[in-house]
Structures are given as C-alpha cells and as structure tokens.
Design a protein around this ligand. Structure first.
Ligand code: KG4
Ligand code: ZN
Length: 330
C-alpha cells in the first residue's frame, strides 16, 4: 500500500511517499522563508507560497522515488486544525490528484498525527501520556488506547511554540524563535525569576501569555545587549520547563486518583526539538519511573511523513477515522 501525503497547515509545505512497510520513498519539507521578515506567519502569504511550492516538490518527490501518481493507493492531506487558506490549498491539490487517479482521498487530523508520530519508531504501551508542544497547541493527552484519547490540560492562551516565537521577536531574534532562543539560552544563565502562572480555576490548564508580558517589562528596564538576551532566554526556558513539569505532575496525580497508572509518555511537536526541554522532562519523568518516547527527528517539526503514517495506521486498523476526543476534530 503506497500513500502520497501532503502537509500544509501552517508555514511548512511538505510531501511524503511512504508504504505500509514504513519505507519512505521520498520526504520533502520546505520551510517557507517569506515569514522571516514579519517575525511570524502571515496566513495569506503562506497560502500563496504553498500554491507555488506544492507542485514543484510533488514532482521532485515522484522523481526521487522513481514512482508515478498511478502507483499511489491513497492520497492523504492535513485537513485541520490549521490556517484555513493553507489547508484548502493542500487538501484541494491532493484531492484533485486522488480524483484524477480514481483513488481514495483521506483527510488527516494534524494533532492526531503529531500524537501518533512516535508509533512509527516505537512500540508504545498503553495507557500513555502525550505532551504535545507545537506552535499552535500545548496540550497533555491521556491515551487509554489508540481509539480512546482524552484531553487533560491545554494552554488557555498562547501555545508554547508561539510563546518562543513572540519572545524572540521582543528580543530582536529571527523567526522561528524556538531554535534561536535555545541557542542563546545555552550561552546564558537563568538569573531572572519569570512568573510560572497558575490559573485560579480548578482545571489543570496552563497559561503562557503572562511570561511574554514579564519579558516585555524586563526588556523596557534593561539594555538589550547580548548578555541580557542570553540570560533572558535561559530564564525563559527554565520557566516553561517548570510550568510543563508542574502540569504533567498534576495530570499524573489526577490520573492516580482514578486508579490510572501511566508508565510511558511521549513528547511531540516542533518544541520537542528543544534539547533542554526534552532532556529535562525526560530526566524528571525517569525519576518517576516514566519512560519517554520521541518521534524520529524528521517527524518533530511539521512534516508530511507523520500524515502518511497516520493514514497507514488508520487503514491498518480498518478504521480511517479514529473515534477520538471531539476536540481533535477539524
Ligand atoms: O509542530 P510545529 O512544526 O508546528 C505546529 O504544528 O505549530 O511547531 C512549530 C513551533 C514553532 O513555534 C517553533 O519556534 C518551535 O516549534 N520550535 C522550537 C524549536 N524548534 C522549533 N521551540 C523551541 N526550541 C526549538 N529548538
Ligand atoms: Zn504541527
């Protein structure tokens, strides 16, 4: 079974050709450069860039793989959540190929693909916890089994990746902010005590927008030199690590009261590229006898390989649309 998959939910245009034996014939991820000068994604420009790039990288993928569209059994594309224009470009392009070849078109959920991306290279045991940290979402899911997923905690305002990007912008660092902040943080010390907001309601939700405001105030009070920037980056990473660890602990405690014991957890999404966050979360979880899993590197930032894989695992289970939490639907 051969799948041609497209991801276009934000500013990465990506295509992948994969078979159900996990062979990746081609996987191309094009990160759109145009947004750099705006310090964030401009949806209309993203749509136009997807339109321009998609056909070129698709041709390249077929050339690389020595396959043709007629060899493909399933055409899959991200249909949500994401930016509406970019989603429409990717899904309409893929659907047109499916109709042209007389093959099925499979709509794929972006969040679900991130969550199940570690199953490509790991045998996960259930129940399982998933920490999803992307540019658009920050969520903790409890996965009872592959078909039963519940949302335990999420950011009520900015997502973690978004916070990295916004703080980078305040500090005059380029977009995307995550890798830049990580680089600068390694050169600094966490000398600033940034707030770790806890919400007054009884939920286990998180909030990141206050950290951005605290950084803004510090920037106004200080000279924006290299040392200051590195120290802020370091302090910010420590601060978000504390928030994540606190929220994971709250989720584990709440599960315990329902007699649910979790011994494994995965960390997925673009922010999981951050070595400090992944290593520190792993170290703290190992102390609690929780084993941590990650997807392969090319499935961390937005990519079409996780979309192809989601299509394959859904199909293997003869269940193209997993019965998941309604929050996961488009
Ligand atoms: O999962 P992803 O590619 O896209 C969404 O689904 O949103 O995540 C993109 C986010 C961006 O906000 C980017 O700054 C962040 O992931 N990111 C990082 C790192 N690499 C990418 N954040 C922190 N440290 C990194 N090394
Ligand atoms: Zn994503």
């Amino acid at each position: 079974m051969l799948v041609f998959a497209v991801e276009s939910s934000c500013d990465e245009t990506s295509v992948c050709i994969m078979d159900d034996n996990k062979k990746i014939y081609s996987h191309i991820i094009y990160s759109q450069e145009i947004h750099k000068k705006f310090g964030g994604v401009v949806p209309e420009l993203a749509s136009r860039a997807h339109l321009e790039i998609l056909q070129k990288i698709s041709d390249k993928a077929f050339l690389e793989s020595k396959l043709t569209v007629n060899d493909i059994d399933f055409f899959a594309a991200t249909c949500g959540p994401g930016l509406l224009g970019p989603l429409l470009i990717g899904s309409t392009f893929t659907k047109s190929l499916a109709i042209g070849c007389g093959k099925p078109f499979i709509p794929i959920n972006h969040i679900q693909s991130h969550i199940f991306s570690p199953t490509f290279n790991n045998n996960l045991n259930y129940p399982h916890l998933s920490l999803l940290i992307t540019g658009g979402h920050t969520q903790i899911y409890y996965i009872d089994n592959e078909k039963k997923i519940s949302l335990l905690s999420e950011s009520v305002d900015d997502a973690l990746g978004e916070t990295f990007d916004k703080i980078a912008k305040i500090l005059g660092l380029p977009y995307p902010g995550g890798p830049e902040i990580e680089k600068r943080a390694n050169e600094g010390s966490a000398i600033y005590n940034l707030p770790t907001p806890s919400l007054k309601d009884k939920s286990m939700n998180m909030s990141f927008s206050g950290i951005k405001t605290a950084v803004n105030i510090l920037v106004k009070q200080n000279d924006l030199n290299e040392k200051f920037v590195s120290n802020i980056c370091s302090s910010f990473q420590l601060c978000v690590l504390k928030v994540l660890l606190k929220k994971i602990s709250e989720c584990l405690e709440s599960l315990k009261t329902k007699s649910k014991t979790v011994t494994s957890m995965s960390i997925v999404g673009g922010v999981s590229n951050n070595a400090y966050i992944r290593n520190e979360v792993e170290r703290h979880m190992n102390k609690k006898n929780i084993k941590i899993y990650f997807p392969i590197n090319e499935m961390m930032t937005d990519n079409a390989a996780m979309i192809a894989w989601m299509c394959i695992i859904s199909n293997k289970k003869n269940d193209l649309f997993f019965n998941v939490n309604p929050r996961l639907t488009i």
